[in-house]
Design a protein around this ligand. Structure first.
Ligand code: DGY
Length: 323
C-alpha cells in the first residue's frame, strides 16, 4: 500500500475539513493556530508533498526557492494569491491553486455591511451607545447618507463584484456602473454600465466598491489623482486587498471631507501595521479582514482546497489551478 501524502497545513482549519484531510492524507496540523516563521515553514515542509496555506503565509520568491523538492503543490485556502509568488512556483514546477466562487456571497455581504456602516455612521453610533455619550435625539442627530437609489461603482466585476452588484441592485435599487479588464456579456452585466477606464468610471461613483485582485497593475489603484475624480461626498469600500489603496491619499480625502466616509476590511501591512491615521477618524468603518469569515464559507473554502489536492494526487488537473 502506498503511503498517504504528507500535507503541511499552516493554520487551524474547520474541524470537518481537518477530519476529511485525515482520511486521505497525513496532515501536519497546527492545532494552536500559531503563525509560523519562514524558517519554521520551510523546515516543517521537509518530506511533505503539499502545503495548504492561507494568505497569512508570505510565500515570496525567496521562500518558494527554499522549499524542499518534495513540495509538489501549494493548495491555498484563499481566493487571493498575492501572498504567493506564482512565477517562482511555476519556475520550480510547483502547482498552485486557490478557492474561488465559494466566498463570493460572504465577501459581498461584508461589502454591503461596510457600505451601509460607512454611510450610516455605524461605528461612530455604536461607540456612542457603548460609552454612554448618547444623551439626546434630534432631527440633526447622526445624519448619514442613504444608499437606496444611488450610483454604485464597482472596480473588478469578477465573482465577488457580480454578487455585490446583485445585492446592491436587488436590495437597494442601486444603479450599477463598473470597470473590469473586459466587458461582461449582457446576461452577467445585468443592466450595469461599463466603462473602459477607471478614470471614466470614477465621476459616476456616489459609492465605490473595490473587488479586483492585488496585482502589480492594481497596486495603489486608488491614489490622490483618482480620488479627485470622485464626486463630492462619495463613499469608498474595500473588501479586496489593502494594496489597492494609497493610504495617505484616502486618509487626506477623509480628513478634508472630499470623501464622506470609507469602509475597509483589508489593509496595507495588516494586521499590526495598518495606517495609524485611520484609527483617529470617525468617518471610517473598520473591520479585521473578515470577508469570508462565516462558518459555511470557511468550510467550503477548506473543502475546495481539498478537492484541488485530491485532483492533483489522482493525477488530474486541479480545477482551481492558478500556476
Ligand atoms: C481570500 O480568500 O483571499 C480572503 O481574503 C481570505 O484570505
Amino acid at each position: 500500500m502506498t503511503e498517504k501524502p504528507k500535507i503541511l497545513v499552516t493554520r487551524k482549519l474547520p474541524q470537518a475539513v481537518e477530519r476529511q484531510l485525515e482520511q486521505n492524507y497525513q496532515p501536519l496540523l497546527n492545532p494552536d493556530d500559531r503563525l509560523y516563521s519562514t524558517d519554521e515553514l520551510i523546515s516543517l515542509s521537509e518530506g511533505a508533498a503539499a502545503i495548504l496555506p492561507c494568505h497569512t503565509e508570505q510565500l515570496t520568491a525567496e521562500v518558494i526557492d527554499r522549499l524542499p523538492d518534495s513540495i509538489k503543490i501549494i493548495a491555498n485556502f484563499s481566493v487571493g494569491v498575492d501572498h504567493c509568488d506564482l512565477a517562482a512556483a511555476k519556475a520550480r514546477g510547483i502547482v498552485v491553486t486557490n478557492t474561488p466562487d465559494v466566498l463570493s456571497e460572504a465577501t459581498a455581504e461584508i461589502a454591503i455591511l461596510l457600505m451601509l456602516g460607512a454611510a450610516r455612521r455605524a461605528s461612530e453610533g455604536e461607540r456612542m451607545v457603548r460609552s454612554q455619550e448618547w444623551k439626546d435625539w434630534s432631527p440633526d442627530f447622526m445624519v448619514g447618507i442613504q444608499a437606496t437609489g444611488k450610483r454604485l461603482g464597482i472596480i473588478g466585476m469578477g465573482r465577488v463584484g457580480q454578487v455585490m452588484a446583485r445585492y446592491a441592485r436587488d436590495a437597494f435599487g442601486m444603479e450599477i456602473h463598473y470597470h473590469n479588464r473586459s466587458r461582461l456579456p449582457a446576461e452577467l452585466e445585468a443592466g450595469a454600465t461599463y466603462y473602459d477606464t477607471v478614470e471614466d468610471l470614477l465621476p459616476q461613483c456616489q459609492f465605490l466598491s473595490l473587488h479586483c485582485p492585488a496585482t502589480p497593475e492594481s497596486i495603489g489603484l486608488l491614489n490622490a489623482k483618482r480620488i479627485a475624480l470622485l464626486p463630492e461626498d462619495a463613499i469608498v469600500v474595500n473588501t479586496a486587498r489593502g494594496a489597492l489603496i494609497e493610504d495617505e491619499a484616502l486618509h487626506a480625502a477623509l480628513v478634508s471631507g472630499k470623501i464622506a466616509a470609507a469602509g475597509l476590511d483589508v489593509y496595507n501591512n495588516e494586521p499590526t501595521g495598518i495606517f495609524p491615521g485611520y484609527r483617529d477618524l470617525t468617518n471610517i468603518f473598520l473591520l479585521p479582514h473578515i470577508g469570508s469569515a462565516t462558518r459555511e464559507t470557511r468550510d467550503a473554502m477548506g473543502f475546495r482546497a481539498l478537492a484541488n489536492l485530491d485532483a492533483y494526487f489522482a493525477g488530474k488537473e486541479p480545477v482551481d489551478r492558478v500556476a
